[in-house]
Every structure is written in structure tokens, then in C-alpha cells.
Design a protein around this ligand. Structure first.
Ligand SMILES: O=C(O)CCC(=O)C(=O)O
Ligand SMILES: [Fe+2]
Length: 460
């Protein structure tokens, strides 16, 4: 028998690669087709001038003439631009009915659409068995020939809104595909194709609020949709729910994080594993915004939720921080983490006072050196069991990279994924002693997972 070779132990770099990869395996949308009964496809809608007038339409066998009547009963659909609702048919050409003006016999609860979409939208959340998605009917939309809706994100209607659900009813149409994109991922939901020749089915698609989407031009027929806002709420706790099965990506993520915790060369003196968020959230935009960062931790989505949940399970402290780059030029590796937007109003920045105020308001941070990030295995033995204090006391020649004296006081951050600018808060200060010259520091929200010193990780 050949001698048994021991498999080489995974390095910190291997663990970090797995971690990064597991974060990419997340779907910000989910779709499908469900069979319904003919009886589920009745639509009553307000029609004509009279207060009490309505019409009935069965969508199972609606003719173009019937659908044209429905389209005529609609108002032109507006959309949110900044703080305003605007009507601009170059951007959105469609008809809408508000909830007060129609009733559909489709019972979304008994259709179990929410059961179908929940595993994907709750994937990764540690508290998935304590939460449910509540759909709230929002509008009925009619896209007749030539209708479309250009690329946009749906405006969150409250702080607990996580996404949107669109149900496409089975009226014959061509075109009107929904194009979806998020980060580097994109997809097309072609309901006309999904519903071709299906008279008693509906097609559905659900996506997180920060997914960009557009309805392509309808080239023939009528595309009729019901849209719902999706809220994340606490599950009433009177029910027994079977334990959640973690996904393969989540299992891999947890194993990688445990591997890093067990590796004494990784952040030997302790520090932070930093994750740029992959989704957009309602973060406070400035010091006066009543939104809080704390609330965002409760509504994390997809890969962000997974990372947070896994870190909690491993026993690591997590927080959502704003990261301010305090360098005189971008990216010198010095920044500050704060748990709220720093108020710099009234600060005259003649001698770097704004940076000083930031440094005082939060936790001074620096990018972890390569040796702390497990790039070198030379120091393995030396690092073993070394506490933060011991490291500070140790002679300089033990370090591979030269560090500024001040760097020792800054918490080391190893970035797993880069911070993006999509969750950005602004702190304004006076740059030139003149109110007209307001300058800004930007804080970008990131998820922090805190590592104790290697010597103190035994209990995890
Ligand atoms: O009809 C669709 O597929 C999506 C419509 C939409 O994006 C919206 O109503 O905000
Ligand atoms: Fe939309």
C-alpha cells in the first residue's frame, strides 16, 4: 500500500477564498409559474364616472377588446423621482389602478407564492425561522402595446420593506420582459414565454428592493400585473416550525470562518474582518436622518444576512459601521469606523480638524498587513499564543512590515470584500472658512466581524 500522504492544511488565504466565493452565491431574485383555478382570475374594477360603478373581467378568456376597456379605466402610471411622484411617458408608459379601485379573486395566501419565494429571499438569515414575508397589494398595472418601464429601483415604502413581488396574469401578450440586474448578475423574466398557451396559470417574480429592473416594450396584446410590496416581519410564535436547513454556500462560509478563527497567524493580535455590503439599505444619509445603522442589521438581505448569521453562530461579535477614509489622499489604509453618522457641522477645517473630529468620534482603523492576513506562514510559531499586549511590547524587528508608531493603536481590518459606495452617509464641514465652501467626508456602511486575539479565541 502506498504511504498515506497527509493533505496540506488549509491556509488563511484558502479560507478567505472560500468566504469570498460563498458570498457570491446568492440570488437577489426568484421566479416561477403556478397553476391556478379559472375562478381565481376574476377582476372587478371601477369603471366610468359613477361612484358605484364597476365591471367584471375574467382574465382566463379576456379579449383584446375587454382589455382595452380595462386599460381605459386606468390612470397613467407615475413613478418616484427623488422625493416626487412624476408622470413621464418617456420613462414609464403604462396604466395603473390603485387598490381602492379594483379587486382580484386571486388569493395570494392560498396560492402559496410567499412560501415559494421565502426560501430564496430569507436565505442566509440566522433568524429565518422567526421571520415571515408579508405581501401587501400595491397596484394593478396594464401594459398595452408600446408600454414599457425603463430601468429603476422600487422605492422602499417603509424601513421593513425588503422587496417587490410581481404577478403576471395570463393575458396574451408579446414582449414586456422584465430585465433584472444586481451587481454583476443579471437575468430576464419573460412572462409572455412562461405563460404562452397557459390560460389558468400565473407567473411571478420577487426581487430585493435594490435590484435594478425594467419592463421592456410590450409589442402586442396586454400585460396585466399585480404588484406587491414585501415586508419582513416577525413570525407569530404560536407555530412549531421545522429547523432550517442551511444552504451549501452557508455551510462553506461557516467552515471558512471557523478555519480563520482557528488559525493563529490570522489577525494574531485581533482585529476586524470587513465586508462591503452587497445590497443597498436605508442607512442614515446624514447626521440628522432618523434612520439608524442598528436597524439595518435586522433587515440584512442575501449574502449580507448569511455572513452576519454565520458570524453570530461562530460566536463572533458583529456590527454595522460607517467607514470614513481619513487619508489626505484615498486609500492610504487609515480610516475610522463609527456606529453613527459623525456630525461635523460647524467645523472649520483649517488644520485638518475634520479628520481629527472623525478620529475622536470613532474607532481608528488601518488595513491589516499581509503577515496579519495569513499571507506568510513564517510567523506561525511566533504568533501562537501571543496576546495583543505581548505584541505591542515585542521588539520591532519581529515585524515583517514596518509600521508607523501610531498604527499600533489602530484596529487592523482585513477586507474580504470591498466597500461599495451604495450605502453612503455624508458629513459636511466648512473647508475654507466660508460657508459656500462646504466639503464632505463620506462614510460607507460595512459589516464588521470582530476577531479577538488568537490567544483568546480558544473558547469560540
Ligand atoms: O411589471 C413588472 O414586471 C414590474 C413593474 C415594476 O417594475 C413596478 O411596478 O415598479
Ligand atoms: Fe419596479
Amino acid at each position: 500500500m502506498p504511504p498515506k500522504r497527509k493533505a496540506p492544511a488549509a491556509t488563511a488565504k484558502d479560507h478567505l477564498d472560500v468566504l469570498r466565493k460563498s458570498l457570491q452565491q446568492s440570488t437577489p431574485w426568484t421566479s416561477g409559474v403556478l397553476d391556478v383555478r379559472g375562478d381565481d382570475l376574476s377582476l372587478f374594477y371601477k369603471y366610468g364616472e359613477g361612484e358605484r360603478e364597476a365591471r367584471l373581467l375574467n382574465l382566463e378568456d379576456a379579449t383584446d377588446e375587454h382589455l382595452e376597456e380595462l386599460a381605459a379605466a386606468c390612470q397613467p402610471a407615475t413613478f418616484g423621482r427623488g422625493q416626487e411622484d412624476v408622470l413621464d411617458e418617456n420613462y414609464r408608459k403604462a396604466g395603473k389602478l390603485d387598490c381602492a379601485n379594483f379587486a382580484s379573486s386571486l388569493d395570494i395566501a392560498s396560492l402559496q407564492v410567499i412560501d415559494a419565494i421565502s426560501p430564496d429571499l430569507l436565505d442566509g438569515r440566522d433568524d429565518a425561522d422567526k421571520k415571515i414575508i408579508r405581501p401587501e397589494l400595491y397596484k394593478l398595472n396594464v401594459y398595452g402595446p408600446g408600454s414599457f418601464f425603463k430601468s429603476h429601483k422600487d422605492t422602499p415604502r417603509s424601513k421593513d420593506m425588503i422587496g417587490s413581488l410581481v404577478i403576471v396574469l395570463p393575458t396574451t401578450h408579446e414582449g414586456g420582459e422584465l430585465s433584472l440586474s444586481h451587481g454583476s448578475e443579471s437575468s430576464t423574466f419573460d412572462s409572455a414565454l412562461d405563460l404562452a398557451d397557459k390560460k389558468t396559470s400565473i407567473a411571478y417574480v420577487a426581487f430585493f428592493s435594490d435590484v435594478m429592473h425594467a419592463v421592456e416594450k410590450v409589442t402586442s396584446g396586454y400585460r396585466v400585473t399585480l404588484t406587491y410590496n414585501l415586508f419582513l416581519i416577525d413570525r407569530p410564535d404560536s407555530r412549531l416550525v421545522p429547523a432550517r436547513q442551511p444552504s451549501a454556500a452557508e455551510t462553506a462560509c461557516e467552515a471558512a470562518l471557523r478555519g480563520l478563527v482557528a488559525d493563529p497567524t490570522f489577525l494574531p493580535a485581533g482585529g476586524i474582518l470587513g465586508f462591503g455590503l452587497t445590497h443597498q439599505y436605508p442607512i442614515p444619509r446624514g447626521p440628522r436622518d432618523p434612520q439608524t445603522l442598528k436597524h439595518v442589521l435586522k433587515i440584512l438581505k442575501g449574502a449580507d444576512a448569511r455572513m452576519h448569521g454565520v458570524a453570530l453562530r461562530v460566536g463572533l461579535e458583529t456590527s454595522l459601521y460607517l467607514v470614513y477614509d481619513t487619508g489626505r489622499w484615498e486609500g492610504n489604509g487609515h480610516y475610522v469606523g463609527t456606529s453613527e453618522v459623525v456630525n461635523l457641522e460647524g467645523i472649520l477645517d483649517e488644520g485638518g480638524e475634520s479628520v481629527q473630529a472623525l478620529e475622536e468620534a470613532g474607532e481608528p482603523l488601518r488595513t491589516a498587513t499581509e503577515s496579519e492576513s495569513g499571507a506568510s506562514t513564517k510567523k506561525k510559531a511566533a504568533a501562537k499564543g501571543r496576546s495583543k499586549k505581548a505584541k505591542r511590547d515585542s521588539s520591532g524587528d519581529e515585524e515583517e512590515e514596518s509600521e508607523d508608531e501610531g498604527d499600533k493603536e489602530r484596529t487592523a481590518v482585513h477586507w474580504v470584500t470591498k466597500v461599495k459606495k451604495m450605502n453612503r452617509a455624508v458629513s459636511a464641514y466648512v473647508a475654507m472658512g466660508n460657508e459656500a465652501d462646504l466639503a464632505h467626508h463620506y462614510g460607507d456602511a460595512a459589516l464588521f466581524v470582530r476577531f479577538p486575539a488568537a490567544a483568546d479565541r480558544g473558547a469560540l
